[in-house]
Design a protein. Structure first.
Lengths: 485, 304
C-alpha cells in the first residue's frame, strides 16, 4: 500500500494529496460544527428546562404552601399542553416536597404521588443525593446516560428562603435530536457543496504544480532517444527548484554532448594512431617485395637473350610481388577510408594482412581461425578497430617467439572475437582498472587503446571480458548482430 | 365553616335590615313605587354558578343569560366562582339574586336561601355520588379498598364530592382522615375525573350527573375511569334565591325556568345541560342531605 503510494506519479500524488487535505479539512470542520451544534442545542435544552423550572417554582409556591395538589398539577401541565406522549414521555415535570417525595407529577404513573424520589430509579436516587449535597438553593443538572435524559432540579423557595420543595424536569435528549439532525444535514450539505468546488480546484492546482516535474522526468527519460531541442522545449524556466533542476538538466545535456564529441575525437585519433603503428610494418611489407622485384629485374636485365622459361619465371615473381603490394595497400586503404560498410570476411583477412608485419617482427606465431564466411550487418570500421587494437596489444604483450591467437565466430546472434596471447599475466589490481584511461602507464600508446576499445564495444551495445591467468591473457568481445540493417 | 359562620351573622342581620327598610319604603312610598320598581328593573339579575354543573361553559352561560334576558325582559348576568363557599357568601351578602348551589350548602344555609327550582335529571330531581377509580383498577369496590391511597374530592362544600363519601366511609366504620395517605380537592367534579383518569389519585368522589354527562361529552376521559360504587340518591343541586328576593321577581324566574322545556331555545339549553327541565321545589327533597350532614357532624369535624 505505502509503496503503491510512494510509486505513484506526482501527476496524481500532488493533486491527490491536495484533495485529501481538503477533504480532511472539510470533514474536521463539519465534525467541529456538528459537535458545536450538538452542544449548543443540548445547552439550549438545559437552559430552557432550567428557565421553565424557575418559572414553575415561582408559580407553584402558593400550591405547595397550601398543599393544593390539583392546582400544582394544573400548573405543571400547562407547559406540557398539546404534547402527545407515548410510552416514554419526552418531558416530565414533577414537584417534590421538602422531604423529596413526589408532591405531584405530570406523569403520575412514573412518579406516583408521595413516592420518595429515590425509589423511582437509580438515576433518581443519584439525583436525590445530588440535590441533598448541593446547596438546596441552587438548581442541579444531572445527566441520566442510561435513559438519555437530562434531569434539571430547581428548588422551590419561600420568600424567606425556606426550601419548600423542588421542581424536577426530565427532558429526553431526543427532544433536540431532530433539530440536531437538521443542523447536521445542513452542515454536511454545505460541506459537500464546498467540496464539490474545492476538490476539483485543488486537483487542478495540484496537477498544474506537478506538470513541470513530470515533463522534466519525461525529458530525462528520453535522453539519448530524442533530439536535444525536443528534450529542452518543455522545460520550465521558473526560478523555483524545478526551474533550477531544468537548468541543471540542460547543463548536463551540454556536458553529455561535449563528452560524446570528445569520445568521437578520441576514437578517430586512436584509429589514426593504429594506422601509424601499422605503417612502419606495412612499409617494410611493401619494401620486401619491391626489393625482390628489383633484384629479379636486374637479374633479368643480365640475360641477353632470356629464354622464355626465365622470362616467365621473372614475370611470375613480379606478379606475386605486385599482388602482395596491392593486397597490403588495399587493406591499408580500406582502413584509412572513414566510411563504414557491412562487415565481410574480407575485413578479417585485411586485419590479418595489416598486423602480419608486427607478427613477423616479433617472431610470434599467429593462430588465425576466421569462422565468418558471410557478410554480417555490423559496421565494419569499429569492428576492425577493435580487432586491430586487441591484436596489436596481444602481439606486443606476447613473449618473443610466443603465440597469439584470434578466433572469430558467430554464436547465437553474437559475433564473438576471441583474442589471446601467452606471456606475463596482468596483475589482478591492474585488471580491475584495465579499461580506464591511462591504466597501463608503461604502454607506449599512452594508455587510451583499451579505453577506446571499451567505448566502441559499449557503442555497439556489446560486452568485453578479460581473463589473465596461467600465462595466458584472453580478451573476449561479444557483439550483438542486429536483426536487419 | 367557622369563618363562614362569622360572616353569616352580619349578613343575616343586613338581610333583615334591608327587608325591613324595603317594607317600610313600600308602605311609605306606595305612590312612588313605580320609579323605584323601574330602578330595580334596570339592575341586572345576577345569578351565581359553581361547578355543580360542568365547568368552563362560558359560551353556554352567555347563551343561557341571553335566553333568560329575553324571557324576563331584564338583563341577566352569571357570576361564576371556583369554590362553592364564594357563591354561598355572595348570596348571603345579597350580592346575588339567584344561585345554583349544591344541596349541602343549601342545607347548611337553609335560613338564608329560598328554593327556586330543582333540575330534573332523567326525569327526577335526584342524583348520586360516584366513587370512581382508574379504569386499570378492576378490584376496588368500596372505600375500604382504597386504604393508603391518594384520594380526590371535588369541593369541601360539595355534597356528592365530599359529604356523601365522608358519610359512606363513616358508615362503613372507616376514618376519612386516616384512611387515605393523602387527599386533596380539585374544586370541580370534572377535575376529579381528570385526576383519577390521569393517575394522580387512586380514587375520587364525583357528582354522578357530572360523570354521566362527561361520559356523553368527553367519553375518552371517563373511559379511563371506572365507577366503583354509587351512593344512594340525594336531592339534585337546586337553584336558590336570596331570602330578600322580590316575590314577583322570584315567581318570574321560577316560571321562566320551569317553562324551559316548552320552548325550543329552552329545550336546546336543557339538552346542553343534559337535564330534562326544572321542577318546583319540595322542601323534603334535601332531608337526605340533612340527615347525613347530621350523621357526619356528630362524628367528624368538617373541614368547611
Amino acid at each position: 500500500m505505502s509503496s503503491a503510494v510512494t510509486n505513484l506519479s506526482y501527476r496524481y500524488k500532488v493533486p491527490l494529496s491536495l484533495s485529501v487535505v481538503i477533504v480532511i479539512t472539510a470533514a474536521v470542520v463539519s465534525a467541529v460544527l456538528g459537535w458545536q451544534a450538538y452542544r449548543d442545542l443540548r445547552g439550549g435544552l438545559i437552559a430552557g428546562a432550567e428557565g421553565l423550572g424557575r418559572t414553575l417554582s415561582r408559580a407553584l409556591l402558593p400550591s405547595l404552601l397550601s398543599d393544593e395538589v390539583w392546582s400544582a398539577y394544573e400548573t405543571v401541565m400547562t407547559p406540557l399542553e398539546g404534547i402527545e406522549d407515548g410510552g416514554s414521555p419526552q418531558k416530565t415535570i414533577t414537584v417534590l416536597d421538602a422531604k423529596g417525595a413526589v408532591f405531584v407529577s405530570s406523569h403520575p404513573a412514573q412518579f406516583p404521588v408521595l413516592a420518595p424520589l429515590a425509589s423511582i430509579g437509580p438515576s433518581y436516587a443519584q439525583l436525590q443525593r445530588a440535590i441533598a449535597t448541593q446547596a438546596p438553593h441552587s438548581s442541579v443538572q444531572f445527566e441520566d446516560r442510561v435513559n438519555d435524559r437530562i434531569l434539571v432540579a430547581v428548588p422551590i423557595l419561600a420568600d424567606d428562603g425556606t426550601h419548600l420543595g423542588t421542581v424536577l424536569l426530565t427532558y429526553s435528549e431526543s427532544l433536540f435530536l431532530p433539530n440536531f439532525y437538521a443542523t447536521l444535514t445542513r452542515v454536511i450539505g454545505s460541506t459537500l457543496l464546498v467540496l464539490l468546488v474545492l476538490v476539483p480546484l485543488g486537483w487542478n492546482i495540484g496537477r498544474r504544480m506537478a506538470i513541470p516535474l513530470t515533463s522534466l522526468a519525461e525529458s530525462m527519460a528520453q535522453i539519448g532517444s530524442a533530439p536535444r531541442a525536443q528534450l529542452t522545449e518543455r522545460l520550465y524556466r521558473s526560478h523555483d527548484e524545478i526551474g533550477q533542476l531544468g537548468r541543471q538538466f540542460e547543463r548536463m545535456l551540454d556536458e553529455l554532448e561535449e563528452k560524446r564529441n570528445m569520445e568521437k575525437q578520441l576514437i578517430a585519433a586512436d584509429r589514426l594512431a593504429a594506422i601509424g603503428r601499422l605503417t612502419a610494418g606495412i612499409a617494410h611489407e611493401i619494401n620486401n617485395p619491391l626489393g625482390g622485384m628489383i633484384n629479379t629485374i636486374n637479374t633479368f636485365k643480365h640475360h641477353v637473350n632470356p629464354d622464355p622459361a626465365v622470362t616467365e619465371r621473372t614475370i611470375s615473381l613480379l606478379e606475386r610481388g605486385l599482388a602482395q603490394i596491392r593486397d597490403t595497400v588495399g587493406a591499408l586503404l580500406v582502413e584509412a577510408r572513414m566510411e563504414s560498410h557491412a562487415l565481410s570476411p574480407d575485413d578479417m583477412d585485411d586485419i590479418r594482412v595489416l598486423v602480419q608485419p608486427q607478427v613477423s617482427e616479433r617472431e610470434v606465431r599467429l593462430d588465425w581461425d576466421n569462422g565468418v564466411s558471410e557478410p554480417l550487418p555490423l559496421p565494419s570500421t569499429p569492428v576492425r578497430q577493435i580487432l586491430i587494437n586487441l591484436l596489436l596489444n596481444a602481439v606486443q604483450a606476447a613473449d618473443q617467439s610466443g603465440t597469439v591467437g584470434c578466433r572469430i565466430h558467430c554464436d547465437n546472434r553474437l559475433l564473438v572475437l576471441d583474442i589471446y596471447n601467452d606471456g606475463k599475466t596482468i596483475p589482478a589490481a591492474v585488471l580491475e582498472h584495465l579499461f580506464e584511461p591511462f591504466s597501463l602507464p608503461s604502454e607506449s600508446r599512452g594508455g587510451l587503446g583499451l579505453w577506446v576499445t571499451y567505448q566502441i564495444v559499449q557503442q555497439l551495445k556489446g560486452a568485453i571480458d578479460v581473463t589473465s591467468a596461467g600465462a595466458e591473457t584472453r580478451f573476449v568481445v561479444r557483439l550483438p548482430i542486429p536483426e536487419n540493417v | 365553616m367557622e369563618h363562614g359562620c362569622r360572616t353569616l351573622e352580619p349578613a343575616t342581620e343586613l338581610v333583615n335590615r334591608r327587608r325591613a327598610l324595603r317594607q317600610a319604603a313600600g308602605l311609605v312610598l306606595a305612590g312612588l313605587a313605580l320609579p323605584v320598581r323601574g330602578q330595580i328593573r334596570n339592575r341586572a339579575i345576577r345569578i351565581g354558578t359553581t361547578a355543580v354543573i360542568l365547568n368552563d361553559q362560558v359560551s353556554f352561560l352567555d347563551e343561557w343569560a341571553r335566553y333568560l334576558q329575553e324571557q324576563i325582559g331584564r338583563q341577566v348576568s352569571f357570576v361564576h366562582r371556583g369554590r362553592y363557599r364564594e357563591i354561598t357568601e355572595l348570596l348571603l351578602r345579597d350580592e346575588l339574586d339567584f344561585a345554583w348551589v349544591c344541596g349541602y350548602p343549601y342545607v347548611s344555609h337553609r335560613q338564608a336561601m329560598r328554593l327556586l327550582a330543582v333540575p330534573l335529571y332523567q326525569g327526577r330531581p335526584l342524583y348520586r355520588s360516584y366513587l370512581i377509580v382508574p379504569s386499570h383498577d378492576v378490584k376496588t369496590a368500596s372505600f375500604a379498598d382504597l386504604e393508603g391511597g391518594i384520594f380526590a374530592y371535588s369541593d369541601p362544600n360539595s355534597n356528592s364530592g365530599f359529604l356523601v363519601p365522608q358519610y359512606e366511609m363513616l358508615r362503613a366504620g372507616l376514618d376519612p382522615l386516616t384512611l387515605f395517605r393523602k387527599s386533596f380537592f380539585t374544586y370541580a367534579h370534572g377535575k376529579v375525573v381528570a385526576a383519577v383518569a390521569n393517575g394522580i389519585a387512586h380514587g375520587g368522589a364525583v357528582d354522578g350527573y357530572v360523570w354521566e354527562t362527561l361520559a356523553l361529552r368527553a367519553p375518552e376521559l371517563t373511559r379511563r375511569t371506572r365507577v366503583a360504587a354509587k351512593s344512594d340518591e340525594y336531592g339534585f343541586p337546586p337553584l336558590v334565591a336570596r331570602r330578600s328576593i322580590d316575590e314577583s321577581e322570584f315567581r318570574g324566574m321560577q316560571k321562566v325556568l320551569t317553562g324551559m322545556p316548552d320552548n325550543p331555545a329552552g329545550q336546546s339549553l336543557l339538552k346542553q345541560l343534559n337535564l330534562d327541565g326544572f321542577a318546583l321545589p319540595e322542601e323534603h327533597l334535601f332531608d337526605g342531605i340533612g340527615r347525613i350532614l347530621a350523621y357526619v357532624s356528630t362524628r367528624q369535624r368538617l373541614v368547611s
